[in-house]
Design a protein around this ligand. Sequence first.
Ligand code: ZN
Length: 162
Amino acid sequence: MSEIDRLLAGNRAHAAAYANAHDKHPSRRVAVLTCMDTRIDVLAALGLQLGEAHVLRNAGARVTEDVLRSLALSTHALGVDTVVVMQHTQCGLAGGTDEALREQTGADLAFLPITDHADALRADVDQLASTPYLGLVQAIAGLLYDVETGEVTEVVRWERPS
Ligand code: ZN
């Protein structure tokens, strides 16, 4: 069986037990940006249920143009007011360089490698907090997920001054 056929078979099992979340608006008004890493079960890691949060994923959980595009819609169209950026230990983007990643992939892209999780989280939280069209966001947290223990550590928290 090809991998795509396995995925479609997996869907048939999922659809048989599907519980519709009914509403496209995240009921806890939360968006979570995290890494594409296979070891993170995002909803379970934060005690979230289907329908409660937007989940955005990319390599490294970094703020990119596409993340900003999604958050503009999350906040203005779908009621999100809290954003969590969750990096993780043993991330493939940690410790590398743009130069090495460009050579490895042949892609002339900004890979946004992570030298220090705390520094990267602070930079990304600062960028989100200072993005004018994300003015509906009231709180942002930068978290680090430990892939060995499942524990989350809060690294930085920003709240909009009232
Ligand atoms: Zn990662």
